[in-house]
Each structure stands twice: as structure tokens, then as C-alpha cells.
Design a protein around this ligand. Sequence first.
Ligand SMILES: Nc1nc2c(ncn2[C@@H]2O[C@H](COP(=O)(O)OP(=O)(O)O)[C@@H](O)[C@H]2O)c(=O)[nH]1
Ligand SMILES: [Mg+2]
Length: 457
Amino acid sequence: MFENLSDRLSRTLKNISGRGRLTEDNIKETLREVRMALLEADVALPVVREFVKNVKERAVGQEVSKSLTPGQVFVKIVQTELEKAMGESNETLDLSAQPPAVIMMAGLQGAGKTTSVAKLSKLLRERHKKSVLVVSADVYRPAAIKQLETLAGEVEVEFFPSDVSQKPVDIANAAIAHAKLKFIDVVIVDTAGRLHVDDAMMDEIKELHASITPVETLFTVDAMTGQDAANTAKAFNEALPLTGIILTKVDGDARGGAALSIRHLTGKPIKFLGVGEKTDALEPFHPDRIASRILGMGDVLSLIEEVERGVDKDKAMKMAKKLKTGGGFDLEDFREQLSQMKNMGGMMNMLEKLPGVGQLPPEALAQVQDGKMTNQMEAIINSMTKKERARPDLIKGSRKRRIAKGSGTQIQDVNRLLKQFTQMQKMMKKMSSKGGMTKMMRGMQGMLPPGMKMPGR
Ligand SMILES: Nc1nc2c(ncn2[C@@H]2O[C@H](COP(=O)(O)OP(=O)(O)O)[C@@H](O)[C@H]2O)c(=O)[nH]1
Ligand SMILES: [Mg+2]
């Protein structure tokens, strides 16, 4: 997501010249580009206008201190406004009701409601240790009820049976009554959607809502529908007191405009992103992180969370510390990174989040993506001596030949690895000098058990 937008923005934001102060004149060109970039990302026109206006108001007259460039100051302003447009902070589910807390899903057919019920159930069960009951009030399609039953089995939560002869209101109330008896923490009510917003659907869902008074009413919407997503959200928001939005199929949407428009048009927070068909493909929505992703600064915090889940935390911390103390990034670290990436899978996913990766040549990315390539790279590093790993500059002609032979590769493979390493090293340097590392350390501090401190902080 946001590929086009971030591409455009990171290109245009570099072009601000002048010094001392941002003026209407020196940002004019860039503002126009920002506007174009947003329109291309399929952000709704009123939202684009408002956004550009806000950026302009904040920017004009802004002093630029000596240590910064006007471009950097402008980027900061765009970043802040992006965050604002998307909601400033992550809003989690509010489940602090007399149990069971009832969550109701709403949205058009095919938006991803049923899939999202499964994803949410899994998240609530695994990360929040909640017991969950799911129920389908989609009485128009028997297959929809069966679909939920299957998914419930997959994510190991309780399924409350229903059938097409029943009324949605009765189904939901019976499920809630059952959950009360069984002391279940959360009930998620899946509902029917239509292909378009229509009165019959709205009436039904309004009646259902009034009867079960959920603590969370989540509107599920397909990001790929762009501006339509925002308009549908608006229609539902006028009919129902929505508490949040789940933006789905973000994995298939390169433009990302919906995320920017929805908050603005509904005033309701996006709470989650659906990023794939599998039941674990759900991410909490963090406007600040998304904003920095849009600006091509990398989503260091999300990356850290992924690292936390997928790889060894100690190793990651050691790496962060080493970089922070200026220990540099050597081939040993590179190898570590390669093997961790391999463990994690979803390499592309992860690479995209690294600051600066957007600027890597596509061939380099494609190569790292390939698991075979990673194995070969590891083999090459394994054939080096400890000293060579710490001081890659030592690796010249005869050493290269020895390493190639030892790893069963060619000299040009060794050369390529060294080149890739140098690129990665540069990126790491950039990251640690731009304050990215401080953020990363802060993120890691948050992951430690209470009372424990990061070394050296
Ligand atoms: N790629 C992708 N597909 C999704 C996502 N969420 C849902 N889908 C797919 O979208 C289709 C419709 O989803 P479903 O949950 O049945 O929609 P519903 O009609 O709103 O209940 C299914 O094929 C899902 O696998 C997502 O985040 N990413
Ligand atoms: Mg469904």
C-alpha cells in the first residue's frame, strides 16, 4: 500500500530549495506535486483540498533552523498533517463493557466482514486472552454461515449455529444470551451485506444494532475500491453510530488513498488493516507509522514488532545497541540479518518497511527475496574468516578466490554479495544518523517487561 504515494512524495519533497524560511513561492511547486500525488492515490477531492490547504497554512512563514533544510522542515509538516488526517494515534477496541462485549460488523458484501471476524477472533483469543463466540446473522446466504463456522474452527473460537429461517435480531440475541450463561468475554456478530448501499439493508442493520447495542460497531471496507470505500463509509456512518473501521485488502491496493479519505469523511478511526486472506493478516492501524511509511522513511516501529514476533529479541537488541554506539554494521550482522529474514518469511513485507529500501535497485530486492539467493549469500559469508567478516575491506583478489571456492560459488557472486552488503551498511548508517535508531531503541524499550531498562539508556 501507498507505493505510488510514497514514490511521488519522496521524489517531490527533495526538490524544495531556498533557505531560511518556507515561503509561498518556494513550496508552490512541491505543494502542487503533493496534490497530484494524493489525487493519483485516489484520495477524495475534498480531502485533498483540505490537506493541501492545511499543509500550506502550516508551512508558509515557517522558519528553517540552520541545522535543517527547508525540505526536511516541509516533510515534517506533511508528516504531521498525514498523521492528523488519519487520526493521530492507534485506537484499540474498547471492550470494557459488562461481558459479553458485543462487536457488530457492518459493510457491503465481499468487503471482508466474515474474514475479519475470524481475524479479530484470533487476535482477541491469542493476544488478549479473551474467550470469543462468533455468530452469523447473514440469513441470505447459507454458505456465509458455513463459511463462518469453518473459520471459527480454524481460529479455535466458539461458533453459535444459526440458519436462514431465523431473524437476524433473534439470532444475535440468542448468541448473546448463550455467551452470558457461559461467561464468554466477547461476542462478534457477523452480518449480511448487499452489493450496494440500499434501504432494506440499512433498515435491517439499524434494527439489529438497536436491539443488541454493541460496544463496537466496526465498518469493514475494501481499500481497493478507493474513493468508493470512503463514500460507502460515509453512508454507513450516517445510518449507524460506527465506532471504528477495518480497512481490508490493503495488500492489493498500491495507492492507499482510502486510508486518508475515510477518517476525514467519517470522523471515525481506522482501527485495523486487513493485509491478506489468511486469518493472521490483520494489523492494528497506527497513523504515525503509516505516515512515515508514506513518506518513505520506513516503518521502523512495525518492523521492530515483526522482529519481536519472528526473531530473537536479544539479537535484535544487540544489533540496535551496536549501531547506536557506532560499532558499525559488519558482515557478521549481515549474515544474522539474512538468516532472521529467512525465518520470518514474508521477506518483501519486511523489506518494504526498512528505511531507504524504496531506493534500492529492484534487482537487489528481487535477489534478496529469493530464498535460494539467501542461502548462497549465507554460504559465502560462512566461508569467510572472522577477521574478514569484521573488516570486509580486507577482502581482495586471493581472498575472494578462496571464499568463492569454499562456498562453491563464483567470484562474481562474492562481489555481488559485497556490493549488497555495502548497500545495506549505507542504509544502516543513514538510519542510525537520522534518529531512526533512537526511535527503534525507544520501540524496543516498550517491548521489555516493566522495570527492565535498555542497556545504556
Ligand atoms: N487479499 C485480501 N483478501 C481479503 C482480505 N479480507 C478479505 N479478503 C477476501 O475477500 C473475499 C470476501 O471476504 P468475506 O469475508 O467473505 O466478505 P464479506 O462478504 O464481507 O463477509 C474473500 O475471498 C476473502 O478471502 C484482505 O485483507 N486481503
Ligand atoms: Mg460474509
